[in-house]
Design a protein around this ligand. Sequence first.
Ligand SMILES: O=C(CO)COP(=O)(O)O
Length: 251
Amino acid sequence: MQERLRPLIAGNWKMNGTGAALEQIARLRTLLEEAGDIDSEVLVCPPATLLHRAAQGAEGSPIHIGGQDCHADPSGAHTGDISASMLLDAGASHVIVGHSERRADHGETSQTVRAKAEAALAAGLVPIICVGETEAERLAGTANQVVGDQIDFSLPDTFGETTIIVAYEPVWAIGTGRTPTIEDIAQMHAHMRALLVAHFGGAGETALLLYGGSVKPSNAEEILRTANVNGALVGGASLLADDFFSIIVAA
Ligand SMILES: O=C(CO)COP(=O)(O)O
């Protein structure tokens, strides 16, 4: 029986928040400090414009700060982009790569995602690699194949000593209020675990498999109790500290 892995509850603020939103970091810090020992690791990924100030506000607290994307190159003529080392310099410990909104809106391929994950590892960041099928792929019965291919082609060949973190986010569940059945979540996470163990051995056993897609305080406990679910990647419900905290303590 696999020893329970310490859950990671990550918040992806996406393109939301200006300076006033940093109050939510302060509120979350207060809630966590009042709660004392929390089993889960906590990560907040604000917009890049807030990252440094968020890291300063989280300093000395259990809150890690992460980026929402990074360029695959260490530096160069990439107007508007941000490198992994810049994120680290600003106070990030993790970075989301391959989110479906970037795969769709920016034409990111799994090969691009792999390069970004490798750049994150090289800079000393922990990549959170996102995978997930579209509704059409789910209805066509190809979800396992799609997610399997994304894992095969998006993950670097080695993570060194860094924990592998993969977030399963069915595209059709993001921002919709809809989630797969618990049975479907369990099946997909078992599928991902088997793929990771086959490829990475022990590192696959200890990989953190996060579920994302309409995680709310109302459904978090059931989702987080599902086998091979080691945390959550939360969008909308991470924007308000009290809602996000309810999900954190549900793990
Ligand atoms: O995309 C997500 C997190 O990266 C999920 O967003 P929602 O929780 O708003 O569905």
